[in-house]
Design a protein. Sequence first.
Lengths: 656, 656
Amino acid sequence: MLKRLLLVTLFFLSATGAAWAGDEAPAWLRQLADAPAQTYPKEIPAVVLLDDERVTIGDDGKIVTVHQYAVRILTREGRREARGQVDYLTDGTKKVRDFRAWLIRPNGVRKFDKKEDIADVAVVDNDIYNEIRFKAVAASDEADVGMVFGYESVTEERSVFTQFIHDFQDDLPVMVSRFTLTMPAGGRVESITFNHAKIEPSASGGTSTWELRDLPPFIKEPDQPAVTNQAPRVAVNYFPGSAPKTAESRSFSSWPEVSDWLYGLSDGQAAPTPALSTKAKELTTGVNDEFGRISAIGHYVQGVKYISIQTNLNKGGGYRPHAAGEVFTKSYGDCKDKANLMRSMLKAVGVNAFLVSIYAGDRSYVRNEWASPYQFNHCIVAVQVSDTLNSPMTVKHPKLGRLLIFDPTDPYTPLGDLPEEEQGSFALIVAGKDGDLVKVPQNAPDANLDNVIVEAEVQPDGSLKAKLTNEMTGQVGSSFRGLHASLPAPDFEKVINRWLTRGATGLQVSGITVKDEREKGILKLEVNIAVPSYAQLMQGRLMMINPSLVPRRSQVSVLQPTRKTPIEINAEAYTETFTFKLPAGFAVDELPEGVTLESAYGVYAMKCVATDTEVVVTRKLTLRPAVIPAENYGGVRRFFGQIGGAEQTPIVLVKK
Amino acid sequence: MKRLLIASACLTLWIFGLWGTAARAEDWKPIDPAHLAQKTPVVDPSADAEAIFWEMSLADNFGGGDPENVIRNYIRIKVFTERGKEAGNVELPFYNNGRIGDIAGRTIKPDGSIVELKKDAIFDRTLVKVGNQKVRVKTFALPAVEPGCIIEYRWTEHRDVYFYVPLTLQRELPVQQLTLRVKPIAIPGYDYRMRVQLFNGTLPEFKEDGKGFYLARFQKIPALREEPLMPPEDEVRQWMLLYYTEDLKLEAAKYWKETGKRAYDRYKDRMKVTDDVRAAATTAIGNAATPEEKLERLFTFCQTKIRNAFTSGMTLTPDELKKMREKKGPSETLKRGYGTFEDIDLLFAAMANAAGFTARLAKVTDRSDAFFKVNFADDYFLRSFVVAVQVGADWKFYDPGVTRTRYGMLRWQEEGMPALIPDPKESRFIVTPISKAGDSLTRRTGKFALDEGGTLTGEVRIEYTGHRALDWRYLLEDESPAKQEEFVRRDIQSVIGAEVSDIKIENFNDSAKSLIISCKIVAPGYAKRTGKRLFIPVSIFEQGAKPMFSDATRTQDIYLKFPWAEEDNLTISVPDGFELDNANAPQSFELPSGYGKYETSLKYSEADRFFVYRRSFSFGKTDELMRFPSTAYPVLKQIFDAVHKQDEHTVILKAK
């Protein structure tokens, strides 16, 4: 609802188009626009001519940032790149001192600097409230191919952080991207480069500059690794040294230091209240095993509604959970609130746990080399467990012992598993000076199993009746659990219907049941299926039967003949047994040949066996997590192409 | 003395505090224990939450200043499931001069204990502010929401008085009882009265309560369920229009006559035939002889020589925009060479009048929003327009203002709707024609070669006419050539998993001609191979399409936008060493009630070793809109499943 309102309003902003000012663009932008345009592949919508961020730290700790940005529109879609924005905080710790933009058109310049030109926009996500806002200009409707859009912003802020991160690129090509830091005398900077060879800053007095030029575009292709894992970025730490140090400013030189700071912000918030303790004890009463006790509390916290209220961000508010007692009473909170509530409830029953900072969305985002809370966007929990507890999601910490990692924000992934994009990621255990970065475990492919069993009967008229049993574990199960839990029964039935109808026209389902054995991490779906004309009869003599009744939920896309970027494959396993009884009066004439395929990232086997009364088709696909270079795409295409072929080859019956 | 003052102050505070508490408690209605104990919904058994009651009170006030519309809402909701907890997240948007106040809320837990919504948990956010335009929202999350609890909240919204106030009565959750209280504004000497019109429901009796309010109660309002291919939302949801209109006491027929006369007077000057308009008409018509030829030339002139200011890629300067807003008449439109949809239609009408025709700007309903209701005596739904021209005894309709419509066709949104033809004496409604199925044709021709491994290679030409062409033109008009190719590629790949290359799009900007797309395709493994046979799905462009209707049941009516037709003419060469094995064509059949037919033929040329597959399908009638009641769903599904099943038909080749 909020997003829709926002879109409508932004539409009005772009559609109203304020006065044609006929102003001049600043020299820096004019110069960029006048430079000869480079040519790019036709699918590239725009090129960033300049992305220049200049940060100055004053003696009093005040941070002033000047940002100049210019983009040339190359295609009609590229018009949407003609937009600029700068964020600020409503608590006054970050202010926009100046913001203006220009669109350089063949017949003049359109300047955006009046209140009718600039929208003041709230961050709208899952937040009830968020103190971050944006000043934004949208010139898309006025822009066209060949035009140059640019903006300049000046912000002023006071922050507890003196760490900076500069992304040199998103997915567009970039001609010049630059980050400059000017610090007070006596200060010192350190930098780390990600996704690129080390970028050494050029230094002059107290100013250091990191710069990259002529960055090629990222081509969008299916199943590719996240851009955040490919685009170069630099992380910069500023240490005041002998320079005057403000009381609040923070830079970090080690992960325990980050842990200690985060612990200081959060630990006091985890004190259990009597009501919370009572609930924790009530949940665990009669549960005698360690896993069961943690699971009971984890499941309860998963049921607490996710609602985000973001305040005091420049003072570390983004990392400080609300008090556990408050979250318990309101029964809502964001990720850190939920993780902290779980920690508090565990504490109430004598189990020690820690908050864990992690990045949700890209398991390769967090890097060991840069100790900074800036690398995280999510908070989960690590529970101290005994050596007897058996779970793949445990890590051994040298000081804290065995830790079971769990995400109470994801309501569908049970204890013992983790959301897929968090598996294999670096995460910070927040445990004072003892805390450190750890690598979160990654499940084996067989732990994410999609097991399909179809028992069918085909009649002489080509109709089919079948019982489908689909057992899912790991992230396959969690994903389906989410689907089942988030839809009312009639809508869920429609989803099942639409999925299975893709495999057979006119398919009818009945008797849908879902059994969730959450403690075992197993979700089971059972469906009765009827298809009036499944097999194709040819002149009453031949009968053709498709051996793939149940469509795959996910498939690696290999339609394009070539590929320019790596292809990412996730760990999963699929097994299927399709057994059907032969229709009376028919015998098997031809069966698909068995297929066995093996590659570095996966194994596939299909076998088709017939007796006098039935045919049994078995398939098994196991995919190991891998990122395969584009030059090896041909092999990937063959592998999945052969699977597709093998699964569609029909069984031919002939009338006896 | 001082002690006395303090005691007095305490007493005052206590009294006021007590009074305040008492007043707040009185504001909430008593909780019925039966509602707390309630386990299942009343209106919809699958509902996750249900409003026990919703009270809405609307008062238009005129207190000497600007008239103000005050809406008080009070809603009580029973939460049944985890999903139902979402009902506790509340967003109340409001705009510009409006405001929302008096928000209060609370949660009554299943044990009867109450958790109040605290004032500091209510957030006021300005989502967007541009110049003087604002979109604001009050957001809050009710505390401690869990299945079994009751939540309730209330708020008061103040906003400007509008002539038309549409009220949505169907929420995203079912409502057991809605009590609506309405207090119209009464300004002495002002002859406007409030009227009420309910759509898609039965209007209960409004009773005056003696305090200036009129009260009505609605029972058991279900939640609105959206389904694919359903009529526009205003045609299915229950909603009410409160509107002020002159108290003319006219019957519908008289009302429309008066409205037509007023429209005639309003547009008379804006269709004025001046010398330059007459000269332009004469030049445009040239040597055209018949009335149709003349109108077609005028249509082409207006559509191609006068630029539509709202067409993609058209950017006007503020001066040009200002000129356009002046609405000076057709002469001015002609002179400046651009205009709005209305300007261009009015110019066409003026030129037609200059050429001796009788032309009017007819008002019509856009049926993508709602359908016209002749008995509703108000022009609320007549928000679109077309030009009506008398040709002989008939009125014909044209819309040259829409850049991409073909001469002789309207947009589908305006087809089959009564158009009000204004006249100083005898205004009348004439239903605009519905185009024939063959007017919106998709004609696919292809020449393919099949190799013995099953790879299909070929050249394809797809021709779109009428609404099909218009759909494509709208889809692609704002895209770069690269993106246009991408859309075409995806569309073809959605039905046939093939590499698509050499994509060409012809006649894109020439609305008078069919839109033609041609390309080459290579589909490895298209035909499935067993030891001795090849299986070829012959409806190459339909075999992989999704079924039109996959859901087993249906709640809403089914609405198909316009009649359409498809024609395929495919030549497929047979690989060496193979011959047809029991080949037959998919079954042809007539659709019930004259709705169309499905016809196929398969011819094999032994000498040339290819077979030709022809398929044609048409659906729709010209004498009625294609809105089918939900009860007709099984029949419709059966028809389209039968078509889809035939489209999956496979021809078998056997090794010689």
